[in-house]
Design a protein around this ligand. Structure first.
Ligand SMILES: Cc1cc2nc3c(=O)[nH]c(=O)nc-3n(C[C@H](O)[C@H](O)[C@H](O)COP(=O)(O)OP(=O)(O)OC[C@H]3O[C@@H](n4cnc5c(N)ncnc54)[C@H](O)[C@@H]3O)c2cc1C
Length: 308
C-alpha cells in the first residue's frame, strides 16, 4: 500500500482563509482511499487524533495548532457524464467548489451557479451544506463517496447526509470519522451564455458585499427568521476590535484579520459579540464556523511528545 509524504510541525495558518492558527503535529495529503487508510493507520499507531481539512475557509485553528494528524485529501478530479438534458458530475473532495460552478456553467450545465465565489473545497461544502443566493448543496447532491476510518468505502444517498441549514450529519462530528472522498452532483442543460451572465451577476454582488481582507465568511449562523449580521450591526458591534481582529464595517457577520490577529483575539471578539447581542436582543448566536484544536479534543493527552 502506498503512503503519502508524512510531514511534521506543518504551519496551518497559510492553509486557512483567516491566515490564523498554529502548526499541525503531522500533516498528509493522501490522493487515494488506500493512501488515506495508510495515514490513518499510522496516526492510530501513534495515538494521534485526526482532523480532515478542506480549504480551511470555515474554521478557526487554535494558536497552538492541532495536536494530531491533519489530513487534506488531495483528489481534485472531475468527470462529467451527460445524459442528454441532464448530467452527473463526479468531483474529487479537494476540487474548488467555485471553480466547479464556473466550469460547469461554461459548459452549459445549470445547477451550481449560486456557488460562484464560495471559497473552499467540494468536501467542505458537502459537509457544511454550503449555500448562497437561493441555492444549496443539498438541492444538487446525488450521492457522496465516503471512506470510513477502517477503510470501508461507502456511497451515501443524500438522505443519509441529513441536510439542514448549513449542516449535515458530518458537520462538527467526531473528526476522526467518515471522510468525504468524492461527491456527485445533478445538473441540467441550459444556455451557457445565460449561465455565465448569472455567474457574473453573482460575482458582482459578492464583490460589493464581501469585506476585503482575510476572513472566514459568516462567523455566526442566522437565527430563525433573522440575519446574524443585522443583529450584530444593530447591537453596535461594527468595527469592534480585539488585537488584530475587527468586526467588518461592510458586513457585521465577518471578522477580518488585519494581519496580526491570533485565534485568541478572534475568540475574544466572538465572546464580546455574543454578549452584546444577548444583552441587546436577548438572542443567543450560534457559531457557523468550527473551532479546531481548542478544548478537551485539543489537548495532547495521548500524543507522544518529541519526534514522531
Ligand atoms: C469570503 C468568504 C465567503 C463565504 N461565503 C459563503 C457562502 O456564501 N455560503 C456558505 O455556505 N459558506 C460561505 N463561506 C464559508 C466556507 O467557504 C464554506 O463553508 C465552505 O464550503 C467550506 O469549505 P472548506 O473546504 O473550506 O472546508 P473547511 O473549512 O476546511 O472544513 C469545514 C468542515 O468540513 C470538514 N471536512 C473538510 N474536508 C473533509 C473531508 N474530505 N471529509 C470529511 N470532512 C471534511 C472539516 O473537518 C470541517 O468540519 C465563505 C467563506 C469565506 C472566507
Amino acid at each position: 500500500m502506498s503512503s503519502p509524504v508524512w510531514r511534521e510541525e506543518v504551519p496551518l495558518a497559510p492553509m486557512t482563509s483567516w491566515r490564523i492558527g498554529g502548526p499541525a503535529r503531522a500533516f498528509c495529503e493522501p490522493r487515494t482511499p488506500e493512501e488515506l487508510l495508510a495515514v490513518r493507520r499510522k496516526a492510530e499507531r501513534l495515538r494521534l487524533p485526526v482532523f480532515l481539512l478542506g480549504g480551511g475557509t470555515n474554521l478557526l485553528i487554535a494558536d497552538h495548532g492541532y495536536p494530531g494528524l491533519v489530513v487534506r485529501y488531495a483528489d481534485r478530479s472531475r468527470d462529467l457524464q451527460s445524459h442528454g438534458e441532464s448530467a452527473s458530475v463526479r468531483v474529487g473532495a479537494r476540487a474548488p467548489l467555485a471553480g466547479l460552478a464556473r466550469s460547469t456553467a461554461r459548459a452549459g450545465w445549470r445547477g451550481l451557479e449560486w456557488a460562484e465565489g464560495i471559497p473552499g473545497s467540494v468536501a467542505g461544502a458537502v459537509v457544511g451544506n454550503a449555500g448562497a443566493y437561493g441555492g444549496t448543496i443539498a438541492e444538487r447532491i446525488e450521492r457522496v463517496e465516503i471512506v470510513q476510518p477502517d477503510g470501508t468505502a461507502e456511497t451515501w444517498e443524500p438522505e443519509r447526509m441529513r441536510y439542514a441549514y448549513r449542516s449535515s450529519i458530518l458537520k462538527g462530528r467526531d473528526p476522526t470519522g467518515p471522510a468525504v472522498v468524492a461527491a456527485w452532483f445533478r445538473l441540467d442543460a441550459d444556455d451557457p451564455v445565460r449561465l455565465e451572465e448569472e455567474i457574473g451577476r453573482i460575482a458582482a454582488q459578492r464583490r460589493a458585499k464581501t469585506p476585503v481582507g482575510a476572513s472566514c465568511g459568516s462567523v455566526f449562523r442566522n437565527p430563525p427568521g433573522d440575519a446574524a449580521g443585522r443583529l450584530i450591526e444593530a447591537a453596535g458591534c461594527k468595527e469592534m476590535r480585539e488585537g488584530g481582529a475587527v468586526v467588518s464595517a461592510l458586513h457585521a457577520n465577518y471578522i477580518v484579520n488585519e494581519g496580526e490577529a491570533t485565534a485568541r483575539d478572534v475568540r475574544r471578539l466572538i465572546d464580546r459579540i455574543r454578549e452584546r447581542v444577548r444583552s441587546v436582543h436577548a438572542i443567543e448566536l450560534d457559531l457557523e464556523i468550527q473551532l479546531v484544536g481548542f478544548g478537551p479534543a485539543g489537548a495532547r493527552p495521548d500524543a507522544p511528545s518529541g519526534s514522531l
